[in-house]
Design a protein around this ligand. Structure first.
Ligand SMILES: [Zn+2]
Ligand SMILES: [Zn+2]
Length: 318
């Protein structure tokens, strides 16, 4: 059975590790901030009791994600529109593969070289539809019946006066602009094809911490390289982590609860994303935050410890 409890390093152990590290890397600064004038400087004289003003017990959650960008496998589609709409469309013609991280458009886009005219099916490529003229009922002529008087007694007979219909110029047919193609004879077909994304694989370390720290990026990258060197508790899902966070750490607070929830949401997001795959277990780490003050000028600084009492990393803005 895997370990379900972890002991966070105590203040003295963290402070000691920080002191050793600061002595190696920033000895002059340490001497300036903690040394006593006239006395020989020794780190033994720097005590946690005097320096650490407050401690907060927090937690960090880590998991690793692999992101693989592949050319989209989705099928291409064909679109048929009238010429007016072609003008308004944004077309592409790719000269090389596209870096997906910099791409802001859709995964599939219209490709200019696929644009081809198709005779309008409605008017069969004529641009108009011929109909029987309504004014002459398709005869091409208008016929008017007239009364023709024959004598002084108003006797009359009927005669027909016939003349070519002005609406259809005597042809009996009128042309109506085709509503489908707007008179342009053609519709235009083009293909919407997947963007040729460049194949790329990247590892992404994900860290959520309940402590407000400037070191998230640094911690994330360190964990990515050194995950086996820091002791944390492993979980295979967030349901378990949520349930066991408190008994595992031996402490809990509302920031940890909030962080767990946010990390869980993030995890779900990566799980659903077709480009990403979660490639590690979920690690829960104790994160101890020490709020410190230098001896000489009471300048405040912080020390963070991530990991168990046996194996932890420290970060500080000293
Ligand atoms: Zn007519
Ligand atoms: Zn048409």
């Amino acid at each position: 059975m895997s370990k379900i409890q972890i002991k966070a390093p105590n203040t003295d152990v963290i402070f000691e590790k920080w002191k050793q590290q600061a002595n190696r890397k920033r000895k002059k600064k340490l001497e300036k901030e903690f040394g006593v004038k006239g006395a020989v400087f020794s780190i033994d004289n720097i005590s946690a009791g005097e320096t650490v003003k407050d401690t907060m017990k927090e937690a960090a959650i880590y998991f690793a994600v692999k992101k693989t960008i592949e050319p989209t496998k989705e099928k291409e589609e064909e679109v048929i529109v009238e010429p007016e709409k072609v003008k308004k469309e944004t077309f592409y013609e790719f000269k090389k593969d596209v870096i997906k991280d910099n791409w802001k458009g859709d995964d599939k886009v219209p490709i200019f070289s696929t644009l081809t005219p198709k005779p309008c099916p409605e008017c069969k490529g004529k641009g108009f539809i011929e109909e029987k003229c309504k004014d002459c009922k398709g005869t091409g002529n208008i016929e008017e019946e007239m009364k023709i008087y024959q004598d002084e007694e108003q006797n009359k007979e009927k005669k027909v006066f016939k003349y070519p219909c002005a609406t259809c110029y005597g042809t009996g047919k009128v042309k109506e602009r085709c509503k489908e193609c707007g008179g342009s004879k053609n519709l235009y077909a083009y293909k919407i094809k997947p963007v040729p994304f460049k194949r790329k694989e990247t590892g992404i370390p994900i860290l959520h911490s309940s402590a407000q720290t400037k070191y998230e990026k640094e911690i994330r990258e360190d964990l990515h390289k050194l995950i086996d060197e820091v002791e944390g508790i492993k979980f295979s899902n967030f349901k378990d982590l949520d349930k066991k966070a408190e008994p595992s750490l031996g402490y809990y607070n509302k920031n940890i609860k909030k962080t767990t929830k946010e990390a869980g949401k993030d995890y779900d997001k990566y799980e659903k994303d077709k480009d990403t795959k979660i490639v590690s277990q979920i690690y829960l780490f104790p994160m101890i935050q020490l709020f410190c003050e230098t001896k000489n000028k009471a300048k405040s600084f912080e020390i963070y410890a991530l990991g168990s009492d046996k194996n932890f990393m420290i970060y500080s803005n000293f």
